[in-house]
Design a protein around this ligand. Sequence first.
Ligand code: FMN
Length: 154
Amino acid sequence: MSAISSSRTLHRLIYSSRQNIHAADLDHEVGSIVRVSIRNNRAASITGLLLVHAGWFLQALEGPAEQVMTTYRRILGDPRNAEARILGAGPAQDREFADWNMCARRMSDADDAILDTLERRELFAPHTLSAASAMRLLKSVRGVQERTQLSASR
Ligand SMILES: Cc1cc2nc3c(=O)[nH]c(=O)nc-3n(C[C@H](O)[C@H](O)[C@H](O)COP(=O)(O)O)c2cc1C
């Protein structure tokens, strides 16, 4: 495969990392990650979902391979997270996330409901998830967000 065609292939990378942010600064820092990510990801054709929960980040990034890797390398070097672990990475058939999105406490009522449900699970340990279960979790978060947006716009 030529370098050009492989760089055009859609790639998806899923990773988890630990939050390295003081609790008091979390809302502010998450807000600033959202602002920068909306701008950068749009320009780089990156879509995905970032889940912020219980001291962890879990994120899917999808787009052209080079852009996904450049973005992931920036995140790796960001002191606001640590111990990043790739749960899955490789070519993907289709985008699973239409936009770049985020699920975090206080971002929206839907997010609070999703995170409450996660809290009722025994232990949220994203480092131990397989790529398939991480993807299932992120897709179910996306599903709840979409349904809530639909009912709010009616
Ligand atoms: C958990 C986490 C997820 C992030 N996700 C993204 C992202 O999807 N896209 C992005 O551009 N930056 C993301 N960032 C921010 C980057 O680490 C970095 O601060 C930013 O890309 C720098 O952008 P700038 O050079 O335009 O200021 C994330 C940071 C953290 C801690």
